[in-house]
Design a protein around this ligand. Structure first.
Ligand code: ATP
Ligand SMILES: Nc1ccn([C@H]2C[C@H](O)[C@@H](COP(=O)(O)O)O2)c(=O)n1
Length: 645
């Protein structure tokens, strides 16, 4: 069985650009396919569930072309699927299965829809009942009330309101709402029970409106669509970041100190799960929010507070609260979450079982769960994930209790967040940032510290040197900001141990020349080049930790680094070191021009407008003019031991 061992984590701080929202991605794909005209969709989520929807729509004859990273052009079929007979396999993607069932029931073709075994255990009877009321020919292929399904052409009549239950899944209502405009007739849906997860219906109505179809809503009991409304492409749609995925990072910030900032959702979001931030705030976490971002930090004093909340409106993000409860100052109760029982797994039972493994006392019932946090978490729990992405992501937060945690079958996160664990490491792995001027010994010291601690290493100067070399090879002037930035953004560089490759060619020595050092300093002064290399540098932050050396590691790239060192030495000592280094390599060199060159480089690196070389207030100053390498290494290790838990 596959597994991932998370190390004990003590702190979370950093910045995450969220993947696209699953709910918005799959709704938008379907609406774009049903609309008249072409739609460009940008920032689409790339995950198992969206791949299922893309593949199904293509199978149904919809022309969908990639036009860039996470961007597609969908040629709308104007409400008529070109393919009239198909057998679709929809995995465990509820956001594909339910809406496609309704849309295909009105499409006048012969279709079968099936999924993985768990999908065949997830109820769909309420939706089928609703479709049958309007004359749709939908039949169960195995067990009544559950997929797989078969659909046949039928005459659709909308002469009476459709009565549908809303207390098992709001996706049934979403599916009907999105499909009914295909009939061209006036349609009315009346809820026969209380509707759960209302914010998901708001997403549906919002997106339908963007595609030109207006739904009149009377409370949450009755929905009307007037006759003759057709989907029309809005032209371009940008998918927001996923608010449910944001919950793991916000919780990490609330548990592990923070700040953890997520970009892609914020105050202007159409997703109900942004309300998760309010629940964290109720626990005492400090939350800040902008139009398109949210940020969480631990309470100013003491632990997170216990809670007793009705979480019906945020069923997915509520799972994250169940794990945050491990860090609360008392028992926490999550109410009105019966829908958890029919999700990817029975999430109430699964959550209870796994929280017990890390030491919590858990009480569960049909629609609530109560978590009593332990005094300290049980180390080395093996967490089962039930082929449920959210179980894996939520339970990863337990490691923030300073205990190792094993996540079994971690690949299940691919359903909505394929690189979740890499991103989680980017806010939780400890960082030692070593900045300083040229030839101060940063690289030498950083490499030895990394080896001693078993940490990863980032030589950020090498990226600027590689950019300068790549520009030279491409005949691009080092002053040409836009062209050099384009090179930096797509830098074909690989690091294989000591070997550095550019487009497959070894350049380990070539980038170390004084000329490339000078070129690096010049391209590094260009803001667009620095911006192009920022995310790439941050991606080096991996468990168990990172030692990063450069000029702006502590100030810009890793401002959250636990341990920051400003390593320096007098210009004379540095010129002498560089001289020795070059002579040892058999490169002829003279002290005076080296000293002159170092001073010029210092001046340029210090005076530039973006990310200048400077000592941050919180960085430890280490002057190595009169220190041996061993003494310098010992000093940095001392700082790391003191500042990293
Ligand atoms: N106390 C010391 N600490 C670190 N390095 C030292 C020390 N004394 C001598 N050196 C030597 O100084 C030389 C320059 O070190 P290094 O290349 O690590 O510097 P750097 O700051 O990374 O330079 P650059 O920024 O130009 O890459 C190396 O040959 C190293 O062995
Ligand atoms: N984080 C960094 C790293 C390097 N640079 C620039 C400035 C240096 O002159 C040049 C080469 O770096 P070195 O290999 O000597 O460490 O790259 C920077 O601006 N920011």
């Amino acid at each position: 069985m596959s597994f991932l061992d998370l190390p004990p984590l003590h702190r979370a701080a950093g910045l995450i650009r969220l993947p696209g929202s699953k709910s918005i991605s799959n709704r938008t794909l379907l609406l774009a396919a049903l609309a008249a005209g072409d739609t460009e969709i940008h920032d689409l989520l790339d995950s198992d569930d969206t791949r299922v929807m893309l593949a199904s729509l293509r199978q149904l004859g919809i022309d969908i072309a990639p036009i860039g990273p996470d961007s597609y052009r969908v040629k709308g079929a104007g409400g008529v699927f070109p393919v009239k007979e198909a057998s679709l396999f929809l995995g465990n993607a509820g956001t594909a299965f339910r809406p496609l069932t309704a849309a295909l029931a009105l499409a006048g073709g012969r279709y079968t829809l099936s999924g993985v075994p768990r999908m065949h255990e997830r109820p769909i009877g309420d939706l089928v009942d609703g479709l049958r009321q309007i004359g749709a020919a939908v039949d169960y292929l195995e067990n009544p009330g559950y997929p797989p399904l078969t659909l046949q052409p039928a005459a659709i009549r909308l002469d009476r309101p459709i009565r549908v239950r809303g207390d098992v899944s709001s996706q049934f209502l979403t599916a009907l709402l999105m499909a009914l405009p295909l009939s061209g007739q006036a349609a009315v849906i009346e809820m026969s029970t209380e509707l759960i997860s209302k914010p998901y219906i708001e997403i549906t109505l919002n997106l339908m409106a963007r595609f030109g179809v207006k739904v009149e809503r009377q409370g949450w009991e009755r929905f009307s669509i007037s006759a003759g409304q057709r989907y029309r492409s809005p032209g371009t749609i940008h998918v927001e970041g996923d608010a449910s995925s944001a919950s793991y990072f916000l919780a990490a910030g609330a548990i592990g100190g923070g700040p953890v900032r997520v970009e892609g959702v914020g105050r202007d979001s159409i997703q109900g799960d942004v309300a998760f931030a309010a629940a964290l705030e109720a626990m005492g976490a400090r939350i800040e929010m902008g139009a398109n971002w949210m940020e969480a930090r631990s309470p100013a004093h003491g632990k997170l507070k216990a809670f007793d909340l009705d979480l019906n409106h945020i069923p997915d993000a509520a799972m994250t609260l169940a794990v945050a409860a491990l860090f609360a100052d008392g028992p926490c109760t999550l109410r009105n979450i019966a829908s958890w029982r029919v999700k990817e797994t029975d999430r109430i039972a699964a959550m209870a079982a796994e929280l017990r493994k890390v030491g919590a006392t858990v009480e569960e019932d049909a629609d609530f769960i109560r978590v009593v946090p332990p005094a300290s978490l049980t180390p080395s729990a093996s967490i089962a994930t039930y082929d449920d992405h959210r179980m894996a992501m939520c339970l990863s937060l337990a490691a923030l209790g300073g205990v190792p945690v094993r996540i079994l079958e971690p690949e299940c996160v691919a359903k909505t967040f394929p690189d979740y664990f890499e991103r989680y490491a980017e806010v939780t792995a400890p960082v030692i940032a070593i900045d300083g001027p040229s030839a101060s010994g940063k690289g030498t010291v950083a490499a030895r510290v990394a080896t001693t601690l078993g940490y990863h290493m980032l030589d950020s100067g090498a990226l600027y040197r590689l950019t300068a070399l790549a520009a030279r090879k491409a005949g691009v002037a080092w002053e040409d900001e836009a062209a050099v930035a384009a090179i930096a953004a797509a830098l074909p560089a690989e690091f294989e141990g000591e070997r550095i490759l550019l487009s497959g060619e070894e350049v380990s020595e070539a980038i170390r020349s004084e000329e490339m050092g000078d070129g690096a300093s010049k391209v590094a002064a260009l803001p667009a080049v620095r911006a192009a290399l920022l995310a790439r540098q941050r991606a080096y932050r991996r468990w168990p930790g990172l030692v990063a050396d450069g000029r702006d590691m502590g100030s810009v790239v890793f401002p959250w680094a636990e341990c920051k060192v400003f390593l320096t030495a007098s210009a004379e000592a540095r010129a002498e070191r560089r001289h020795k280094q070059l002579i040892a390599k058999g490169v002829p060199a003279k002290i005076t021009p080296l000293l002159q060159d170092l001073r010029e480089r210092d001046a340029r690196d210090t005076a530039r407008s973006v990310a200048p070389l400077q000592k941050c207030a919180e960085a430890e100053l280490l002057d190595t003019s009169n220190l041996s390498i061993e003494q310098a290494v010992a000093a940095v290790l001392g700082c790391a031991r003191e500042r990293i838990h």
